[in-house]
Design a protein around this ligand. Structure first.
Ligand code: ADQ
Length: 748
């Protein structure tokens, strides 16, 4: 697979540097963190392997608000020194957006802390505004063939905003934190949760760290927006979206090479000298309630309680990076950690032994690697973590193969590192036991486990991860391009209208539901309005025209809605037809004994699924489930189809699945067969067929090669063209009727 050829635009809340103003001057510091350092490694390698196509731009907040006099200089320096473009936000915006919606709403909720979650409308308003500001900033720098890769929960509305402005732009999105289950996600107010999902679905590719997050997202999209997926691909109204799992890797070579660098070895030796009497258990993370820091301390305390033989022989070296200073929960947690550390040290410490060595600071890269390599055990205990790169970094630095990793099953990385000692962080005695197991693990067992993990991490490193994501994105674009090529273009639209106008004998086969009108919640709600009826009448009465409404509905519904128009009617997918002014005729004699046996089965399935109902027609029957719980309905529909298929073997019946409907009908009776009856009647020089679901494919297949065949929606089809929605069909019919080339009804 190859990556897209265009310039890569990375968009994240923060830029890879922090700007600040010191003494009136701009000062830049490179920022740390997994996302930044991982992507930086990838971008560097991309430039080396493909200098020409390796061009990129990083768009994000520069970490400070500056007054207007410094903005120009910040823009210039960001571009020249960091290939970046700043998005300027003021203090109040950052307060409401970053500390507000991002970190007081989305972060706790997505990490399964609903009780910490604040649902403030002001936060939400700012979230929408800032996403819009990012979109505006991007507008100023985007070139036509750029590829945009949006990162993380701060910018979930951005993909849709970009797509609305630039439908052809290639947009990818990656979420670095967990995507929660439906039961958690639905706690967001209805409008917010819908807009977030719609926002994400503006992307062509959406990536998550683990299969669970992908599954949760697809489930939410189904239950909240009603989109089903096929092999993780969703067809939205305007484009296909691929949803997939890409577990983020680290720059393995960078960490393993650093471990043997002389300067880092020296730092390691100094640490070793200080800690020579102890086995070292290391933990490294940002200060965050999701990281399970207090659970870790409890686990360590439990270990000391139950293993006095280790007193004076083990230290827990706990490095915590300051984070989100000023947010109440974080300040409270910091105090709580300090108290717990004090309590453990007071309870177990001796003059020559402090059980917990706690540091609250950022550690530069060389010191971090020295810490990883000097430790006997790395203890990673998040209550929830999208991935957790620390666990991976620790393994990468263990070049001699030794070391024990104790890892929470709630971290995404536990899926990739099953050879670690996996624990549940809520169980303090399990943490204690895991520490014991790690301390006592024989060296060759440690090496065996670590080697397996190292091989995996080396193969699927951060460069592979980014390459995988971007080449999948390029693949989705190819599918999109193929679909776009089938959408009726403005030029083709005009040509179809021209052909219509210059022909003498015309027939229009028009499906109704989903084609001339959007699909409705109840079949009875789709009644045509006066405007639609007037349009059909004007087409049907134009000289040389035949109009045929060709539907899956029963005769009664078609009669009551269209009976007064001079049109032909086809009911029940072709079982019945009616030429204008004549009675209904059955296409061929059909036996209906099946009803006695099969209708009760449909009823049972309808009773079992609230919202489902049975529509009984003369020669067919339909089990509708548009209003039912979509997930349960999906299972039950599959079960029903299976059940019915077993019963109809050796009959002439057929079970078909339409849009949220399962139908039983006679095989060999379809819309195509019915249409042929009209085609045989006259020598038409303009034939048009329009439909929206699988039953209309029979119609398209029966049409002569010269016919204009149109499928509504962007699904794959035998039709010659796709139209986006029923409004476009109406627009085209209006162009036929009123003579204008393009109309208000929804021309492309
Ligand atoms: P984080 O929550 O920041 O990232 P993590 O994956 O552990 O969590 O990455 C932290 C990074 O910061 C690591 O690269 C580590 O080396 C560095 N770091 C941690 N403590 C440090 C310290 N004291 N000093 C210096 N550096 C330190 C979010 C998600 C994660 C997901 C990443 C990447 O919350 O679940 O793994 O994004 O997608």
């Amino acid at each position: 697979m190859t990556e897209p050829a265009g310039r890569l635009i990375i968009v994240s809340n923060r830029l890879p540097f922090n700007a600040s103003v010191e003494g009136g001057e701009l000062v830049f510091h490179e920022s740390a963190g997994g996302l930044v350092s991982g992507l930086a490694s990838y971008l560097h390698s991309r430039r080396q392997t493909a200098p020409l196509s390796g061009e990129y731009l990083w768009v994000g907040w520069p970490g400070t608000s500056v007054d207007d006099t410094l903005k120009e200089s910040l823009i210039q320096r960001a571009r020249d020194e960091f290939c970046s473009h700043p998005v300027f936000l003021n203090e109040e915006q950052m307060e409401q957006f970053y500390l507000g919606f991002c970190n007081a709403t989305l972060w706790p909720l997505f990490h399964y802390f609903p009780s910490y979650t604040e649902y403030k409308p002001d936060f939400w308003e700012h979230y929408k505004q800032i996403n819009q500001s990012f979109c505006n900033a991007l507008e100023n720098v985007l070139r036509p063939d750029d590829v945009v890769w949006v990162h993380d929960y701060h910018l979930m509305l951005l993909p849709r905003l970009l797509k609305v402005r630039r439908p052809r732009l290639s947009v990818g999105f990656f979420l670095h934190i967990p995507f929660p289950s439906y039961e958690i996600f639905r706690l967001l107010p209805g409008e917010w949760r819908r807009e977030i999902l719609e926002g994400l679905l503006g992307a062509d590719l959406i990536g998550f760290h683990t299969y669970e997050y992908t599954h949760h997202f697809l489930q939410c999209v189904l239950r909240i927006l009603g989109y089903e997926h096929h092999l993780s691909q969703i067809l939205t109204w305007d484009h296909p979206v691929k949803v997939d799992t890409f577990p983020m890797g680290i720059d393995f070579e960078k960490f393993s090479a650093a471990a043997v660098e002389p300067a880092i070895q020296r730092e390691r030796q100094e640490l070793k000298n200080t800690l020579s009497d102890f086995k070292v258990v290391l933990s490294v993370d940002r200060l965050d309630y999701s990281k399970g820091i207090s659970h870790r301390l409890e686990g360590f305390e439990c270990f000391l309680e139950s293993n006095p033989q280790y007193h004076g022989k083990v230290v827990l070296l706990m490095i915590v990076v300051p984070s989100r200073i000023g947010v109440v929960q974080y300040d409270r947690m910091k105090r709580q950690i300090e108290e717990m550390v004090g309590k453990i040290n007071g309870r177990f410490g001796r003059v020559h032994w402090t059980p917990v060595v706690y540091q609250y600071r950022h550690v530069p890269f060389p010191s971090l690697v020295a810490l990883y390599t000097v430790s006997d055990i790395c203890l990673v205990t998040p209550l929830r973590d999208g991935m957790n790169l620390v666990a991976k970094e620790y393994i990468a630095t263990r070049t001699d193969g030794t070391g024990g990793l104790v890892l929470s099953e709630m971290a995404g990385s536990a899926k990739e590192l099953p050879e670690a000692i996996i624990i549940n962080p809520n169980n303090r005695s399990e943490i204690a036991q895991a520490l014991m197991d790690a301390l006592e693990m024989p060296l060759d067992e440690q090496k065996k486990r670590n080697q397996i993990m190292q091989n995996r991490l080396r193969r699927y490193d951060v460069k592979r991860w980014a390459h995988d994501f971007l080449s999948t994105l390029a693949g989705v674009r190819d599918i999109h391009n193929r679909i776009e090529a089938k959408l009726l273009s403005p030029a083709e639209w005009s040509e179809v209208v021209r052909r219509y106008k210059t022909s003498r004998r015309r027939v229009l086969f028009l499906d109704y539901d989903g084609t001339l009108t959007p699909l409705a919640r109840y079949p009875t709600m789709a009644r045509p309005d006066d405007e639609k009826l007037a349009l059909l009448r004007s087409l049907a009465t134009a000289p040389g025209n035949d109009v045929v409404i060709i539907s899956g509905r029963g005769q009664h519904a078609l009669d009551s809605w269209f009976g007064a128009l001079p049109v032909g009617l086809v009911a029940e997918h072709g079982a019945w037809l009616k030429h204008f002014g004549q009675p209904w005729q059955l296409v061929k004699p059909l036996a209906n004994e099946w009803k006695q046996q099969l209708l009760p089965i449909l009823e049972i399935y309808a009773d079992r699924l609230p919202g489902a109902f049975v529509e009984k027609k003369e020669n067919s029957a339909a089990w509708h489930y548009r209003l039912a719980d979509p997930e349960q309905a999906g299972f039950l529909a599959a079960e029903l189809i299976d059940h019915l298929n077993n019963l109809i073997a050796k009959t002439d019946l057929q079970v078909i699945q339409g849009s949220k409907v399962v139908e039983i009908r006679h095989a060999g009776v379809d819309k195509g067969g019915a249409a042929l009856q009209w085609l045989a009647k006259s020598d038409y020089d303009f034939v048009l067929a329009a439909g929206d679901d699988s039953t209309d494919e029979d119609l398209f297949c029966a049409m002569p090669a010269s016919a204009v065949t149109l499928r509504v929606g962007i699904a794959g089809t035998e039709a010659r063209y796709n139209l986006r929605n029923s409004a476009e069909v109406i627009g085209l019919l209006q162009s036929f009727a009123n003579g204008s080339g393009l109309s208000s009804g929804g021309a492309p």
